[in-house]
Design a protein around this ligand. Structure first.
Ligand code: BGC
Length: 264
């Protein structure tokens, strides 16, 4: 690590999603991207080899910049599945070949530098409690991302309890994300009022189970929070995420930075 790396606290974060793979150089002191974000469409089918090809392309582009961290520094990557001990254990909305796949090892070999993969919602949650809407909040904070599926991050006193899959709670006989995700709303062509009814059912159930101090709503749809948050009646405050579409990238870099003791 060079002096400049220490000073700047820059690490690369990559966010793998169902439709796009995004990456950026993250300033961990500020929790912000340095320079533009790079985005490339997720290859279909999103199997390991083609996805790794796109990730490598993004890393190469970021490496070519003046602000890039040294090439021996680790990279954080998000993935929309359960990630435990470097192994992926689920793939609800992506290619099934990732299930029981040694994901950390695979990307480490592909990129030829240390890589740590984290669940996408966990990364967004970490970023929000460190730099965004959950900063300084004690007790339980639940970050719920509404996208292709429903992701969740369970944070207690600033510590992540990883892999809480609250998008897959069974509610009224359905896997919750099949009814209340942003994509479910689009697929069924329902308006904000009807969608709010579904969100009400979802969030009141989660509130009953966990009594959090705060709900933070993430995912692309958090930009339209005015359309549905004011309609929800909960005893828990509920606010939109602040880091918007950068939360995954920032959280991935933060997680790997903390693990490698490059950041506190
Ligand atoms: C997956 C989660 C993921 C979420 C958001 C769910 O279907 O099971 O692991 O965090 O989608 O992408």
């Amino acid at each position: 690590m060079s002096k400049s790396d220490k000073k700047h606290n820059h690490l690369i974060g990559i966010d793998i999603g169902g439709t796009g793979i995004k990456g950026g150089i993250v300033d961990l002191k500020k929790g912000k991207l340095v320079g533009d974000r790079v985005r490339i469409d997720t290859p279909q089918p999103a199997a390991p080899e083609p996805v790794a090809g796109v990730v490598a392309q993004i890393v190469e582009e970021l490496n070519s910049r003046d602000d890039a961290p040294s090439k021996d520094l680790p990279i954080g990557i998000t993935f929309p599945g359960i990630i435990q001990h470097g192994v992926c254990h689920s793939a609800a909305n992506v290619d099934k070949s990732w299930i029981d796949f040694e994901i950390d090892k695979f990307f480490t070999e592909h990129l030829d530098r240390p890589v740590e993969v984290i669940n996408d919602a966990d990364a967004a949650g970490l970023a929000e409690v460190r730099y965004g809407a959950g900063k300084g909040v004690d007790g339980t904070v639940l970050v719920i991302t509404l996208g292709t599926g429903i992701g969740s991050a369970f944070v207690f006193n600033g510590q992540l309890v990883p892999n809480a899959e609250l998008g897959h709670l069974e509610i009224d006989g359905f896997d919750a994300e099949t009814k209340a995700s942003a994509v479910a709303r689009e697929r069924e062509g329902i308006g904000w009022e009807d969608y709010s009814v579904r969100l009400q059912r979802y969030f009141s159930h989660v509130e009953f189970l966990f009594s959090p101090e705060l709900f933070i709503v993430g995912g692309g749809i958090s930009k339209r929070a005015d359309e549905y948050l004011p309609r929800l009646k909960l005893r828990t405050p509920i606010v939109p995420a602040e880091l918007k579409n950068e939360a995954g990238i920032v959280g991935a870099a933060l997680q790997v930075g903390i693990h490698h003791k490059l950041h506190k």
